[in-house]
Design a protein around this ligand. Structure first.
Ligand code: SF4
Ligand code: SF4
Length: 214
């Protein structure tokens, strides 16, 4: 399991341009609920904040952030049991094509052994991976054995398509979204505190960060 300290998240996130909107939303939300104690953020806070952001004017901004290849490994805890790889996995037509190729089998066999027909949330016919409790492509070290050819739904997690467009999963078992908000908030609080208590060091850090970015 991967755990971040405040200083790690601060160091990584300090220069990230897109962090402020996320943190402001959660801080505002927590404050609106009557508390500004960052260490008491709960999943309900996160859920509400995500709903607020996703319903907001720029949901794609948040989705984009969650899918950032640098952000993802920072917040995914790499759970040893990979619970995110247990559950329905929708397949696109291209996913079935890729699966057929990577497994080196016929389309007919692929459909028979690895694909099941279902219905999506709109009631339309859809395809899903057949054996996903846990997924048959997960090895004993909780690694995906078809990672480079994994289905689109797996590539997008924790984002999925909802009725109004892309939405974020806030699953009970998954700490990805929870960590994203929690540590962004910690970073913000730490930064403000640091700025007040150590103004010279803060200014120096900003200067170094700017140099690093340029
Ligand atoms: S295909 Fe790979 S990433 Fe997708 S659920 Fe299975 S093991 Fe996980
Ligand atoms: S459940 Fe969430 S935190 Fe755990 S490995 Fe999956 S994406 Fe990462």
């Amino acid at each position: 399991m991967r755990h971040l300290t405040d200083s790690q998240s601060y160091g990584v996130l300090f220069h990230r341009e897109r962090r402020d909107e996320l943190k402001d939303a959660l801080i505002e939300h927590v404050a609106a609920l009557g508390g500004n104690q960052i260490d008491t953020i709960t999943r309900t806070h996160i859920q509400k904040t995500v709903e607020m952001l996703v319903d907001g004017p720029q949901p794609e901004y948040f989705i984009d952030y969650a899918q950032d290849e640098h952000i993802y490994p920072l917040y995914c805890e790499g759970c040893i049991s990979a619970p995110c790889c247990s559950g329905p996995i929708t397949l696109l037509f291209e996913d079935i094509q890729k699966l057929t190729k990577v497994l080196g089998i016929s389309r007919k066999k692929c459909l028979k052994d690895h694909v099941k027909r279902g219905h999506d949330e709109f009631g339309l016919p859809s395809y899903e991976l057949k054996n996903t409790y846990p997924c048959e492509f997960l090895d004993k070290d909780a690694r995906c054995t078809i990672y480079d050819n994994r289905p689109w739904a797996c590539q997008m997690y924790p984002v999925r398509l909802g009725q109004g467009g892309p939405v974020l999963f806030v699953n009970d078992y998954c700490n990805f979204v929870f960590n994203l908000f929690k540590y962004e908030c910690y970073a913000r609080v730490f930064e403000e505190d640091f700025k007040i208590r150590f103004p010279h060091q803060h200014a120096r850090m900003v200067e170094l960060q700017m140099r690093y970015l340029s």
